[in-house]
Write a protein that binds this ligand. Structure first.
Ligand code: ATP
Ligand code: MG
Length: 435
């Protein structure tokens, strides 16, 4: 074979896209209930936006970015995540202005790109659905948004989920904590993994969520970020916990949880699954509060809160649980053709069926009638219309309900007439109730 897809990318054939569309539609319906609106943004942006927005020291920017220079020598990158672009659009389009209802609640969906080692649930082009809320520091926003994340998963009947939360406090308290952490980690310098040694001074908080077993042993006894919160952040975190309890949303606190992106403050959270189909504790949704990012990107001070769900992992989870994805396309009618002379009329007929709102397909490739009936069966068509030269002459055609094999003769004029949809439904009922 001459061409192959790029490592870490996937082709989604219809069996797959059916699942994806189902999942996406279901999530979008729920998002609507929470009054979210969709925003669609470019897939590539200035490299600098991500470097500043996501954070120079994050793994995403330092190791995983698809960056390139275009023919105009612009330094660009394929988006590795959605938030930076939404913030850029928020600022550029002055969505902070009074004509926009606050808080602004947007969702996005689409491919993200990270140069990672591909493995199950880890792709180089993967897909996220994410939400962003701008303009409120109210802890109720944190809780509503985390609840939404949990409701999305619950809506698919997913169990084995934990909501894990933490608070990173504000910039000052985080700086103080950072110092304390460096002080705690420095004596262990030699025992730390190579990655963590490197992070120790660049981004010591990231040592806390190292996947390395030895690192994990060491950070177990690290000072807790929660002990460094100021009064305001403490009150915020308390309010978040109270409201989660009020809504009866179970949660765990993990003081060692930080996020891979540098922009967060106060509440951060992950939805973690212990599904046996994944390695232990896989994150399927992550997010939190980011009150500085809009300013960082050049807008007025505007608090933000958001999360992103990895769709590959969500769908893998559902597949692992043998989730019954409903078929999105149900064929109402299949037109069987007998003989070349009916070709044009068959086209007119199938078009008329569609005009009446039915999902319809016809024979195109000249199979024998028997094999066409098998096709109709395989496509799970509800009804079959059989068109041969006799039908063409009589301008009448049989409509057959495949489930029972019962059929009825209809005039072409009826099918081409304005009332056919109603007649079709009545005929279906009649055929279904016939002995
Ligand atoms: P991980 O720790 O697994 O690398 P992350 O912290 O880099 O995740 P985020 O940037 O928070 O992930 O993205 C949110 C979600 O997007 C993740 O929880 C995951 O479900 C999904 N995700 C992230 N990277 C990938 C990837 N390379 N392939 C598939 N899904 C991904
Ligand atoms: Mg990652």
């Amino acid at each position: 074979m001459k061409y192959q897809k790029i490592r870490g990318t996937a082709d989604f054939l219809p069996d797959e896209t059916n699942k994806w569309q189902y999942v996406e539609n279901k999530i979008k319906d729920l998002l609507k209930q929470y009054y979210y609106q969709e925003i669609r943004l470019p897939i590539f942006e200035q490299f600098e936006l991500f470097a500043r927005g996501v954070g120079e020291t994050s793994d995403i920017v330092s190791k995983e970015m698809y960056e390139f220079y275009d023919k105009g020598d612009r330094h660009l990158a394929l988006r590795p995540e959605g938030t930076a672009g939404v913030v850029r659009a928020y600022v550029e389009n002055k969505i902070y202005g009074p004509e926009y209802h606050k808080p602004v609640k947007y969702y996005y969906e689409g491919p993200m790109f990270r140069f990672e080692r591909p493995q199950s649930g880890r792709m180089r082009q993967f897909h996220q659905i994410g939400v962003e809320v701008y303009g409120s520091k109210n802890p109720a926003v944190d809780v509503e948004t985390m609840t939404l994340a949990m409701e999305i998963f619950k809506g698919f009947g997913i169990r084995n989920l934990s909501l894990v939360i933490n608070s990173l406090g504000n910039t000052e308290s985080r700086l103080a904590y950072r110092e304390a952490l460096i002080e705690f980690l420095t004596p262990h310098m030699d025992e730390l993994s190579e990655d963590s040694q490197e992070r120790l001074h660049k981004n010591p908080l990231r040592v806390l969520d190292s996947k390395d077993k030895r690192d994990q042993e060491i950070v177990k006894d690290a000072p807790s970020v929660l002990d460094y919160l100021d009064e305001e952040s403490k009150a915020h975190f308390e309010a978040v916990k109270e409201m989660l309890e009020l809504l009866e949303i179970p949660y765990e606190i993990d003081t060692n949880m930080v996020r891979g992106l540098d922009y967060y403050n106060d509440t951060i959270f992950e939805v973690i699954t212990n599904d046996p189909n994944f390695g232990a504790n896989t994150t399927i949704c992550a997010g939190g509060r980011y009150d500085q990012l809009v300013e960082e990107v050049g807008g007025p001070t505007t608090p933000g809160f958001g999360f992103a769900i990895g769709l590959e992992r969500l769908i893998m989870l559902l597949e692992g649980a043998d989730f019954d994805f409903p078929k999105l396309t149900q064929l109402d009618a299949f037109v069987v053709t007998i003989g070349d002379e009916v070709n044009s009329e068959a086209l007119k007929l199938v078009m008329a069926l569609r005009k009446h709102g039915l999902t319809a397909e016809r024979e195109f490739v000249g199979r024998k009638p028997g094999s066409q009936f098998k096709t109709a069966d395989r496509l799970n068509a509800k009804t079959v219309f059989t068109l041969g030269s006799q039908e063409l002459e009589d301008r009448k055609i049989n409509m057959k309900l495949l489930e029972t094999g019962k059929e009825v003769s209809l005039d072409f004029d009826t099918i081409y007439g304005d009332d056919f949809r109603k007649i079709y439904e009545e005929t279906l009922q009649k055929l279904a109730s016939e002995e």
